[in-house]
Design a protein around this ligand. Sequence first.
Ligand SMILES: NC(=O)c1ccc[n+]([C@@H]2O[C@H](COP(=O)([O-])OP(=O)(O)OC[C@H]3O[C@@H](n4cnc5c(N)ncnc54)[C@H](OP(=O)(O)O)[C@@H]3O)[C@@H](O)[C@H]2O)c1
Length: 275
Amino acid sequence: MNVCVFGASGYLGASVYQLLKEIPGTDVAGTYLEDPAVFDDLYKLDVNQPESFSEYFKQTQPDVIVWSVMSGPNEDELIQEGLRHLITHITPDTKLVYVSSDFVFADGYGPYSEGDSTSKLPAEHVLSTYANAKVKAENFITQDLSNYVILRAGPIYGENKIGKLDERTDQLIYQLRLGNRIAFRDDLIRTFVHVGDLAGVITEFIQNDQTGIYHAGPDKSYSFYEFMQQMAEKRGFNRELVEKAPEDEEVDKEVPKNTVLNTEKITQAVKQTFR
Ligand SMILES: NC(=O)c1ccc[n+]([C@@H]2O[C@H](COP(=O)([O-])OP(=O)(O)OC[C@H]3O[C@@H](n4cnc5c(N)ncnc54)[C@H](OP(=O)(O)O)[C@@H]3O)[C@@H](O)[C@H]2O)c1
């Protein structure tokens, strides 16, 4: 089986790439954009460049594609150009595993199930580019493809397969080591998912015949404040050093409050458990 991981140099993609390398009978290819790549054998590719993209796709002929690409402020271009281009290359035999986000539920009144309607943020909102591009991506995929898995995830945390931490935990440890206090919001509730568990479930979907939309993560949810207190304690720090951040926001910067994902469906579909 040929698998191609787009974004294999990224936080999640690197774990997926490494895990796949350990599976006998799997030929894995991966792409990166900015040097240096985290693995020597990755291919440098801008997915927004149609010609080099087509050439790469024809060369690798993947049976399964993992989309673990993200580009914050350029997310819309990534979907409008890169993902759309990818969709034109995919035959019904090629499976796409697309990593989406809990931010497709921008109204912020979770917990959400897979069948709930997605919503967009107003265009002027600071987070709209990323969140709305994810909604757009899901619409393209569900309209044009049948052989796909859309995997929605909340904040991803933990150490990945190459020892990289998520930026939030990295900051937490950095500040606590300096003896500083650090504050997180208590009014933003999420389903936090460990990078290793998410990479595990992606490799499972690569190898099985399941398709559709799934919410990834455990059945527990926390505020950022509660979760980061736990992270501090697990790393041997006093949890009281994590404080509550102010909750006042400007209207066009209001973050969706509760994007908790109901994860019952995925627990029925896969062997992977979520810590
Ligand atoms: N991190 C989270 O908490 C979180 C939560 C929910 C969903 N997700 C989703 O999970 C996926 C992976 O996220 P992540 O945290 O692993 O992101 P990440 O560390 O920023 O990795 C994203 C990767 O995308 C690549 N990339 C960006 N623009 C590209 C382009 N034009 N052409 C080719 N590659 C490009 C980057 O390549 P280089 O590094 O080589 O430049 C990078 O490796 C994304 O789909 C994201 O939306 C993430």
